[in-house]
Design a binder for this molecule. Sequence first.
Ligand code: GDP
Length: 424
Amino acid sequence: MKTCAVVGINWGDEGKGRMVDLLTEQYDIVIRYQGGGNAGHTVINEKGKFALHLLPSGIFREGVVNILGNGVAVDPDNLWKEIQYVAAEGVAVTPDNLKISDRASLLMPWHRDLDALEEARLADKQYGSTKQGIAPFYSDKYQKKTLMAGELFHPEKLRAHLQDILEWKNLILTKVYGAQPYTMEMLEDWIRDCCEPIKPYVCDTHAYLQQAQQQDKSILFEAQLGALRDLDYGIYPYTTSSNTLAAYAPIGSGMPSVSLSETVGVVKAYSTCVGEGPFVCEMFGEEADRLREAGAEYGAKTGRPRRVGPIDLVATRYGVELQNATCLAITKLDVLGYMQQIPVCTRYLAGGKEIDHFPFPSELGGAEPVIEWMQGWNCDISGVRRWEDLPEEARAYIEFIEGQTGCRVKYLSVGPERDSIIIR
Ligand code: GDP
């Protein structure tokens, strides 16, 4: 069975959405396996320009079945709005092309409140949460204090379960944060207005995927965020609250016994990072503004300006190793066209020594980038579609990344549109 994971190598926003949109042509099923509506995958194709948050990026391809796996934080409210948003643009979303795992847990209305309350309590020590309720959701999932989507089919038991969770959550809301409690009526409204509309999509996706396995269907796993945001291996506590790594894809998807035949690691031609936390190669001032403008680096979900810097090969080597990437997709190469000389971070200076491995999170704050300069190509490459037509300097830049990471670059994107791609 052909399986492929499309994953981020760095801090997220690498352009995974456009790579999934491109590659779905070769796959029968696309599965999101972790994360929630805090994702912002931008996809531009013949149907228009879309910012997807929860829906898998395969939703635009006819005949592709899209699955939200058990590892995803399913926010019924936002998912229903997103289904309506793409449907209004002429994209059909039906129980045939969208399936939600009955084992996926539901993000409850109070999770967003709790995110905002906790960020307010932290004041100047905030984590930079997107306030979509993701951290409170995953904490509750592991405390076994939320609902699974399949419970919607068992209304008599659902009510008692909701009552238990409500009692416990109100203690936290009122006693810890001094916030207003929820009532059972509020939860009943939420079930009726937000959960009932998505119920037709909920099914036993594990059984569906077992059958797909027997039929030798091809499967694409779509990650949210990047390796450095992985809860266990990333820049904790400035990570997300789930496992973004390819190794988790089979588990979060509902087919734990499957292995990956290919892993496409997506890397941007330079670095960006949203929110707080250590970002060793960060650029400031005019240099940063120029790169941010050239790459239109503003968050798809929040509109926040992204922090920018040169490509960080220390972090990228670590990401490639964590993801066990079999090839790389370098995105947004066109953006560097204005630079005479291109900065590249190859090592860090940490504790008075030059190092080439990614250090423990607590050591990142004191680390500085060691920058090397490469010759820029200084022209517009957005119309190029063949490797041999790229300027020599652009090819040298890509080959340098390959040499430093030990991973082959198979895809190069030179514009946001589906066909602005070079395949080697
Ligand atoms: P994702 O979350 O990893 O899918 O990444 P995002 O969608 O947040 O960020 C990628 C952004 O870059 C989107 O606005 C894309 O339209 C845009 N983009 C992707 N590839 C290219 C490219 O090759 N060139 C340019 N100029 N923009 C691109």
